[in-house]
Design a protein around this ligand. Structure first.
Ligand code: ZN
Length: 428
């Protein structure tokens, strides 16, 4: 484990700001804490606007129970304390009432994270804690019992969710992945039957590894600097617009014939810096950095399709809902969607994890985007901006189609209209 260098006050404040910005809590709901090895606990305050927390608002509770700070600790402090008491390796807790998990909570269900390999491995064991009065010792013992049984991500009956982690960033990632899985199930149920992964399928994704030799790069050209800047900015924008989740997805840009820049593996996508992106040249990676595990899929697409300049694997919730059902995604909805997306392919589960390069069969000039079964979407483009725009159009189209299901039958544009669009907007 790395030495933590960020003060708990700052870590809690930044994480709460992010949860609020992602619309995963209201200003009054939700609380976060960090438990130090010494036994001191840092927690968000009671009754303070979560949208504008400052570091001084965070409350410290000493091991002897003394409260230090300008506010009272969160009224849910008793359950935080109860969880730390039964699971010493848990060092951070996130509690909130995000809408999709609350929907499960009020139906007395727990979302099945076997929807995606990412959700399944990030969220850990999931559980359900029976109702008790908020702030009560009884609620604390109900929650602590589920954690004692080995759970890491727990739905609270008619209340919300509690997740624990060995660090606050791990707890946040669990919380985000759990809410994302819940949202995808809800969206998926609006368009079809939701399909879950088998243990063998989960293992297939989890056990893939890529061993590339390394090289020491020459000084960066301005082209490389420009592409690093673009990738970093669009990754951040994509996280903020919820096209990416922080633990999954990869983005790359072509630098030369057999050379591209790509996101690193296992890094929070929103906080990536230009230097974190990894240069892959031939079968080698930049020394000292680890490329995304999707690197060979990106490489296969660049090698097969010289026109492709940027590639994104992402998890926007509406388009991803199509990936977990058999509902066919049809972009023949409005001219913009068809012109940008054309005919979107569907990739059987796991093709992108194989090292055969066959993922490149599913994206062509005539079909630049694809839905990946139980794993989000794949989008290619003639530039970083072009790929990002196509990803946004794909997500907006998917959302419109899902919404349309609630109001009537979706009328796809007929072949005559498609023919006219193809003539007017030929593939470049
Ligand atoms: Zn609550």
């Amino acid at each position: 484990m790395t030495r933590p260098l960020i003060h708990p006050r700052d870590e809690i404040m930044r994480t709460m700001e992010r949860i609020y910005r992602y619309r995963m809590t209201t200003t009054s709901g939700g609380n976060l804490s960090i438990c130090e090895p010494s036994g001191e606990i840092w927690i968000t305050p009671a009754r303070v606007d979560k949208g504008s927390l400052t570091r001084e608002d965070i409350v410290r509770i000493a091991p002897d129970g003394t409260v230090e700070g300008r506010h009272q600790p969160s009224s849910e402090f008793p359950f935080h304390q109860a969880v730390y008491a039964v699971r010493p390796e848990i060092r951070a807790i996130v509690h909130a009432h995000p809408v999709a998990l609350v929907a499960f909570s009020i139906c007395h269900q727990t979302p099945d994270t076997r929807l995606f390999h990412q959700a399944c491995f990030v969220c850990g064991k999931t559980g359900f804690a029976p109702y008790a009065l908020p702030g009560s010792k009884h609620l604390g013992s109900n929650i602590a019992a589920t954690f004692q049984a080995g759970c890491e991500s727990v739905i609270l009956e008619n209340h919300g969710v509690v997740v624990g982690g060995t660090t606050l960033s791990q707890a946040f990632q669990r919380f985000e992945a759990f809410e994302f899985a819940a949202k995808t199930v809800i969206k998926g149920r609006q368009i079809g039957e939701v399909r879950y992964l088998t243990t063998a399928q989960l293992q297939q994704a989890h056990s893939r590894s890529v061993a590339l030799q390394t090289f020491h790069p020459a000084p960066a050209t301005t082209k490389e600097q420009e592409l690093r800047r673009q990738l970093q900015q669009f990754l951040r924008r994509g996280c903020r617009q919820r096209l990416f989740i922080s633990t999954e997805g990869s983005f790359s840009a072509r630098l030369g014939d057999d050379s591209f820049l790509i996101t690193p593996t296992q890094a929070d996508r929103e906080s990536l810096e230009v230097a974190d992106l990894v240069w892959v040249k031939g079968d080698r990676r930049e020394a000292g950095k680890k490329a995304s595990r999707a690197v060979l899929a990106h490489q296969a697409i660049y090698r097969r399709h010289p026109h492709v300049q940027a590639i994104v694997f992402a998890h926007p919730v509406n388009a991803t809902a199509f990936s977990v059902t058999d509902s066919v995604f049809n972009a023949r909805t409005i001219p913009e969607s068809y012109v940008v997306l054309r005919d979107v392919q569907r990739v059987p589960y796991g093709v992108q994890y194989q090292h055969t390069g066959s993922i490149a069969d599913f994206v062509t000039a005539a079909s630049p985007a694809a839905i990946l079964e139980n794993d989000g979407v794949l989008v290619t483009g003639s530039s970083v901006l072009d790929a990002f725009d196509r990803l946004e159009v794909l997500e907006c189209t998917a959302e419109a189609v899902i919404n349309a299901h609630a109001i009537g039958r979706v009328a796809a544009m007929p072949d005559s209209v498609i023919h006219e669009l193809r003539e007017a907007f030929p593939i470049e």
